[in-house]
Ligand binder design. Sequence first.
Ligand SMILES: Nc1nc2c(ncn2[C@@H]2O[C@H](COP(=O)(O)OP(=O)(O)OP(=O)(O)O)[C@@H](O)[C@H]2O)c(=O)[nH]1
Ligand SMILES: [Mg+2]
Length: 361
Amino acid sequence: MPGAWKRLSSVSVADTAKSRSEEIDAAIAQDLILKRSVKRVLILGGRNSGKSTFLKQATVFSPGFSEAERDEYKCTIHADIIATMRMILDDEALLSDNDLRRFIQSFRRATEESQTFSPQISTALRVLWTDARAQTAIRFSPKLRPDGSLLYFMDSLSRISEDDYIPTDADIVRSSRPPSLTVTDTPLQIQLTFPQYEYLLKTTLTCIHQEIGLQRKWFSLFSDVEAIVFLVDLSNYDQTIPSADTDEPRNYIREAMSQFVAACTASYYRPTVMLIMNKMDIFTAKLSVSPLTTCFPEYRDENTPSAAADYVIARFLSLLPPHLNSRAWCTNAIDMDQMHGVLQAMGEFILRHSWYARGCV
Ligand SMILES: Nc1nc2c(ncn2[C@@H]2O[C@H](COP(=O)(O)OP(=O)(O)OP(=O)(O)O)[C@@H](O)[C@H]2O)c(=O)[nH]1
Ligand SMILES: [Mg+2]
């Protein structure tokens, strides 16, 4: 039946043409989106808020640390352990204890003989760490940094003393190496899965490693910023710091709120704002002894970490003008698994709003 054949054929030709046209549309849309990938994300926040740790987590996520970088971190980790131990053990109270003095002096002798992490230093540290009283003195020293990194490395002493020790990602995230530059660019790639397609988000995280008040003068230099990540050290809620505007001491969180608004409302095109309430682990431990009312006397909700953090987040976000897209996360920036999830969610958030803003979807 030629007629039937003809009809079938024309339907199939029309279907093929339609699906081809849809494919082309999809390819054009995809191409449009790909060409318009997110250019730059600005990383801001006060001193010690966790900016460098956040950037290290981003590097772990992608593209990973090179061998040369791991080698540099190895030196940093070793030097930091020696310096922190020296600082903690240089304490008259500890030295006046006869038993402890023995350990401390052998550690001091070892560090005088060698500037690097020699077998003597490693042995002296191991002997010190296996003594319960010495360990307690170190664990509860007021000079110990609250991030707990020294304890983390001391618990891994035999591994990090190996000749062929190569720092793991977790070691690098725990290490402290001050950046040598004021402004750094860290590449970030995140594979995102949407219902109909996969997308590789490529962007650059630009961090201004300066006092928060000085960060503002850099804003106008970056015309291609599409999103801001603003980190807050939430565990500092009961501390005061000098204000960037008045030099008067001011509550840390209230100062961070002023800086947050100043950054987000600067007159450049940055519609996407991501707020990170960092150091939730320290905040959680502190809250029972120092309630949130020390910072917000009007706070009436339960004094639990999640209710208190939600309240602080709401206070920050209520300061933003309505046209900004904002989202907040509570984090422990040294927790690898948690940060993996947070970076993934942030990637999705940035991308969606970048597409909406450009009319791609
Ligand atoms: N316990 C805990 N420690 C953290 C967390 N985030 C960062 N730290 C530690 O806090 C310290 C400061 O973190 P950084 O990432 O260096 O902060 P920063 O904002 O880069 O600090 P500056 O460059 O000095 O302004 C480091 O010792 C980190 O290991 C966290 O969520 N929990
Ligand atoms: Mg830093």
